[in-house]
Design a binder for this molecule. Sequence first.
Ligand code: FCB
Length: 507
Amino acid sequence: MRWLLIIAALALPASAEARDFPRDFLWGTAISGFQTEAGGAPANADRRSDWWVWSHDEDNIAAGRVSGDRVERGPGHWRRYRRDASLARRRLGANAFRFSIEWSRVFPRSTTGARTPRQLDRLADRAAVRHYAAELRAIRRRGMEPVLTLNHFTLPSWLHDPLAVRTASAGVGPDDPPPAVARGGWLSTRTVREFGKFAAWAAWRYGRQVDLWVTINEPVVVAVNGYVNVPGAFAGWFPPGVFSFTAAIRVLRNLAEANARAYDAVHRRDRRAQVGPVHNMIAFTPANPASANDRSGAEHADYIFNRIFLDAVVRGHDDRDVDGRIESGERRRDLRGRADFIGLNYYFRSRVTGLGAPASTTVPLFDFLPANTYAHPQNPSAPPCPTTCTEFGWEIYPEGLRLALAIAGGYGLPVYVTENGIADGDDDQRRAYLLDHLRALRGAMRDGLARVKGYFAWSLVDNFEWAAGYYPRFGFFSYDPDTLTRRARPSARLFRRIARSGDLPNP
Ligand code: FCB
């Protein structure tokens, strides 16, 4: 008996070590409210957000800025959230579940007149408040840890009228000051204040159910895709779809501030909560490594896309003039230290061509053009894929995840990979994509580049991919838009095997 115990004790650490990922590692998928909730009949669509307005706007559809697909034909997670939670648990082996609450569903009307969470609560839509509480319960009951995102791209219409911003911006140059618009979205500090109140309310209402909070999803994407649209060259066509460097920088700074206000608000209610932003990172490499312009362009792209926001929320750097140097007036204690972890989203590589001169006086480091997407059936005129690309034209580059982890890990905080995934309707690339990225993750962890605590694949089920609509299919599950029935893609089994065992299969 004694011998048995000794043998068992000796065997334990060894077998624990042998796992590729630790036992308490979080495994799950990520979804967002606007992209997945609507669908079925009735569609339970929320018409009160900027993205609703933006994606239904006839001008946008006619100009090809958005696909014209209707979010009402989505996977209907609003109705199916319990079954979706079961799918995540049983079919994907998940022990965590990342999703977002829609601000405009909870607060369809302005909260400007209210101050405290209690006062805000009187203005909240009861059905929506109950719905999200029930969703959190459903997730916990199935043994999963919820990761709750407070803002995943959408804003309530009472704070953002993207069509008015678009109209007011016509004829305004990219380095001119942005026009003043009453419902200016993230251009306006009012949105920052209201977001702080919304976060305080959410922590007050859901604090007992949530330990892991995401403040804002992909702030740089919000700023760049919304405010740096150069038709034909570089355009993500997020609302309000304008081309203004001054606006993009103002929005980015407001988002850093919003992160801090939400961080403080949640912590005031719950000291032990873990709160952080989710940041998209891109692997920038010079288009031609022999070109000095391309090399410095890639460095500048890396600074603007990958580092500037994290420098703000972790170190309090407020690089107003975006020159890469932090002068004495550019340190802000009220922004610093506002992340308990870094949520890292990683998808693709971007080859950077240096322009040799700045394209903007507002952003002097903007002297490059990144190639983010390549030709795919919906966009045949884009340049051909240089290596292997996804159905959405994103260049697959697993080594880039290691680069991104090295940057994120350098801030000294724990990291969650909060999104990583591939548009692959026929599922012939997803297994390799998943394995290659998880191998890169394991390598980065072994080499001590980052303390990584979880991995969330994008996404559970096919959903509304913003301006691109339903064409890109990111789900482990597809769905029938009439019946909402889900069907697993074969790669779902691979995810489950890895999530349950904490081990990658041998090559
Ligand atoms: C990320 C977004 C997410 C989804 C994926 C494909 O940028 O956070 O909503 O659109 O890309």
